[in-house]
Design a protein around this ligand. Sequence first.
Ligand code: G3I
Ligand code: 9MR
Ligand code: ZN
Length: 527
Amino acid sequence: MKESEIFINQIGYKPLDNKNVFVTNAAKGDAKEFTLCKKSDGQVVFTGALTAAPDDELSGGNYFTGDFSSIKTAGEYYVCVGQERSFDFKIADNVYDDVALSTLKYFTDSRCGQGICHTGIAEVYGTGEKKNVQGGWHDAGDYGRYIVAGTKTVMDMLLAYKKCPEKFANFDLLGEVRFELEWMLQMQRDDGAVYHKISCYHFCAFIMPQDEKDQLVLAPVSTAATADFAGCLAYASGFYKADDPDFAKKLLDAALKAQTYLFSHDDEFYINPPEITTGGYGDRDVRDERYFALCSLFAATGDKNYLTQALKFREEKKKDKPDPKHPWNCGWQEGFGWPFVAGYGTEILLEVAAENEENTALSPDLIAEIHTCIIAQAEKILEISNSSAFKYCSKLVFWGSNGAICDLAHIMLMAYDLTGREDFFKAAKAQIDYILGCNPVNYCYVTGAGSKPVVNPHHRPSGASGRVYPGMLSGGPCAGLLDAYAKEHLTGLPALKCFADAQPSYSTNEVAIYWNSAFVYLLARVR
Ligand code: G3I
Ligand code: 9MR
Ligand code: ZN
């Protein structure tokens, strides 16, 4: 049977969720309606209208949509349009529990040293020195361990845990995060600066981690890594204070030492030296990293000088000319991405304000400005979602687009927290629906989940073992066609179809710890 062109969330919906189905024009044919049927006996429980979805460039347009939000009864269902039938799905309260747990277990699976891997002593690039660094999560489809990537990941996980600890009842989140933090601590140089990454000099073939035995190298230190390290460790220290004060102190001391280094050094931008060709994670603007570090140290120590310094970066960056390519830009972006970490700093300031209303350092004017900025950004993101066929909330489809929409949803959730506006919450949830099946290629982008999951991720352990690891979010479409496979197979397609479930397509089908963590955050908040 040919695959149907009816797109639903392949896992399902919670009873009170908005529930939308999407259909291509071809599948719709002459039909004006869709039916919702019970899986057990085919009984029609609902008939609804199909209306034209907004035409947008990213999906290519010409889609129709139907709404069955009114059906709240738990059960298993499918949707029919004419002769076409969708994948089966559930309506249930706990419908996302399994996928949520599998996306967390991916971190345990990604631990370096879980098997016996990467145990060699690293060269410190350009110095003739050697240093023993062990642990941390393998970054992605490759086995590098990168500070800026790890920071974003840890921050997403801790923010999710902070907002809804009950969602992690069956997973030791703090234990898992600690594994990464113990590695990060080893990445600091004696003077406080932090090495950008540890990896081999080059990416290896598709082999298991224990078979990558090439020389390890610590790349030069960078401002981005040092500031991210400071922000991340200062924030993390609060989570371990009660149960392990020594570890908490170690984290905070390391963060303070990193900040001392930052105060006395100009920006050091990272760029791979010619001998090292693994992930670059270069960032030409580290004002947001410096802001994040300072906000976090202010929260951890109460020292107002950190806040004053942080706000200088915020003000300075606000004066930048708006970038027309980033329509949500309001002069200052509360970003959540490996190169955009301002949102983490701001989120920490809001936590301080909420937990300590007496905190006079945070003036009402500042808090009001922060609120206005978040809501303005979230409204622009919401507008994009509302004008998209699949309620997709970005206008840009970059490398890692599936992670990026989770990060944009995060901003809408910040605005939801401030305003209680349901439209922000629902648009955030719609990104989960997109990822789990409401997308023009009809994939469930999480491995091991749904009826048509990704099965050929660019992930070395999956490729080498022949067993696809579960719980991994594929990077998703990338309109830039940035690998040879994508160029060969996807040229000319609308942006949201620029996806290939093929192992060689690293720019569309790689996985990464920080895309998973963005998804973990979103799922924890909306499920
Ligand atoms: O931010 C700019 C935007 O301003 C500009 O308009 C746009 C135009 O192309 O580019 C945007 O930058 C993108 C950048 O990511 C930031 O999001 C680049 O296009 C894009 O090519 C770049 O991709 C990164 C990729 O490495 C290549 O450097 C991904 O974010 C990043 O996730 C990925 O990371 C790799 C590691 O290097 C190695 N390990 C695997 C990992 C995942 O694939
Ligand atoms: O596997 C690598 C992946 O993790 C990176 O994201 C990607 C881009 O830097 O590069 C991949 O490695 C490829 C290399 O760049 C070119 N030769 C083929 C490699 C994939 O096997
Ligand atoms: Zn390893």
